[in-house]
Write a protein that binds this ligand. Structure first.
Ligand SMILES: [Zn+2]
Length: 167
């Protein structure tokens, strides 16, 4: 049997430390985005226990409304694999994906999405809308939410508080 064809078990107590490790890598990318003056969101794509794609939020610097962390991480992983689909890959992102990124994650056939903080304004994993719950759209990606949510959210809250103070 091909190991890659097996459906992974949901994250439980055993897998949680590894999931946290990947989320902390995504958090480092979020902090790097913040240092560039971008909203602090970071993402990594993991395959077979290795990061194959990294992305930080960059729409301001790139003059690109699609330059979200997830899109950058998906592009970098797809280039690394030489494949536009990422079926054995898991994506970790510090903020609940928006509708655009949820669509891209589905098109890439990502195996599992793990996100940190919820986004009550644009979250497409249940906060505003739940695109992954739409069986007509999504047959591939399983979703785990609110991993290290406090830490991921605190980074965003501090960023927006500082921005308001400087306004
Ligand atoms: Zn997005």
């Amino acid at each position: 049997m091909n190991a890659h064809s097996e459906t992974p078990a949901p994250y439980g107590p055993v897998a949680a430390p590894e999931a946290e490790r990947w989320m902390r890598e995504a958090l480092a990318l979020a902090r790097a985005a913040q240092d560039r003056g971008e909203v602090p969101v970071g993402a990594v794509v993991v395959r077979d226990g290795t990061i194959i794609g990294r992305g930080g939020n960059a729409p301001i610097a790139a003059n690109d409304p699609t330059a979200h962390a997830e899109i950058a991480a998906l592009r970098s992983a797809a280039a690394a694999l030489g494949n536009y689909r990422l079926p054995d890959c898991d994506l970790y992102v510090t903020l609940e994906p928006c509708a655009m990124c949820a669509g891209a994650i589905m098109h890439a056939r990502v195996r599992r999405l793990v996100f940190g903080a919820r986004d009550p304004k644009t979250g497409a994993c249940g906060s505003v809308i739940d695109l992954f719950a739409e069986a007509r759209l999504n047959h591939h990606t399983r979703v785990t939410g609110e991993l290290l949510a406090t830490e991921c959210g605190a980074l965003l809250s501090a960023f927006f508080a500082a921005r308001r103070a400087n306004a």
